[in-house]
Design a protein around this ligand. Structure first.
Ligand SMILES: N[C@@H](CCC(=O)N[C@@H](CS)C(=O)NCC(=O)O)C(=O)O
Length: 242
């Protein structure tokens, strides 16, 4: 269960700790969402201290010198980087296990997770310069970054990468699947993805929406796009009322 603060800004005080686990987060950050998904999947209660990324509290640099979210305060230490945090949570809270028990299979799952970087990198490029490519070029490049995921899930023949329940690959990839429609808004037209180019991932996306962790932290593309506009726009944002 998530117990969350409003988005804290410059001039705020660091709030008292209400739970042993504290996540420094931002409601619309896909990397923080990865960690929130894993926390929910493990049934953990945590305090989400939300950071206004446009006007960060002065004290946040002493928590995470890079001033990025997410950062997890475990009570003993602060862990940064979404994947490192998720791996820590999986090692510390073993049920449900999010990697295969068989070491070679788990190693291959970790290898595939590295490839999520291809999708996120391209997403970031589209956010900063949507006009850099034609819609057809964006589609072609996105399809090539998604191909390893499409192929792996088709080969496995399971509902999720984790089998009959989502595992670590599912949760590490999901935040960008949830935001896929943001790309249409960025390029100001519906991207010409043909339905049958990634049929397995289309089905996977529908199935992921039935997962309780996914539902617990779902915002959807419209709110995520609004958050991007507010973050990069000129007005003072209120991230608590999107
Ligand atoms: N590699 C990092 C990326 C985290 C990241 O880029 N977070 C963004 C928010 S989505 C951030 O905090 N950016 C700093 C800023 O906006 O000033 C991770 O996986 O945790």
């Amino acid at each position: 269960m998530e117990i969350k603060t409003p988005h804290l800004s410059e001039g705020s005080q660091i709030p008292p700790k209400s739970e042993p686990l504290r996540l420094y987060s931002f409601e619309y950050c896909p990397y923080a969402q990865r960690v929130r998904l894993v926390l929910h999947a493990k049934g953990l209660t945590y305090q989400a201290v939300n950071i206004n990324l446009k006007k960060k509290p002065e004290w946040y640099a002493s928590i995470n010198p890079s001033e990025k979210v997410p950062a997890l305060d475990t009570g003993d230490k602060i862990i940064t980087e979404s994947l490192d945090i998720c791996n820590y949570l999986d090692e510390t809270y073993s049920t449900p296990a999010l990697y295969s028990a068989e070491p070679e299979a788990a190693r291959r799952e970790k290898e595939l997770i590295e490839k999520v970087g291809g999708v996120t990198g391209l997403f970031g490029k589209c956010m900063t310069n949507a006009k850099e490519k034609t819609p057809e070029e964006w589609v072609k490049e996105f399809l090539s970054t998604m191909e390893p995921f499409e192929n792996e899930l088709k080969l496995k023949g399971t509902t999720f990468f984790g089998g009959d329940k989502p595992g670590m690959i599912d949760y590490m990839l999901w935040p960008w699947a949830e935001r896929a429609k943001v790309l249409d808004y960025l390029v100001e037209q519906k991207l010409p993805f043909s339905e049958d180019s990634i049929p397995t991932l289309h089905e996977w996306k529908k199935n992921m929406l039935t997962d309780s962790a996914v539902q617990a932290v779902y915002n959807g593309p419209d709110k995520c796009f609004k958050a991007i506009q507010l973050k990069y726009g000129s007005e003072e944002p209120n991230f608590d009322s999107i």
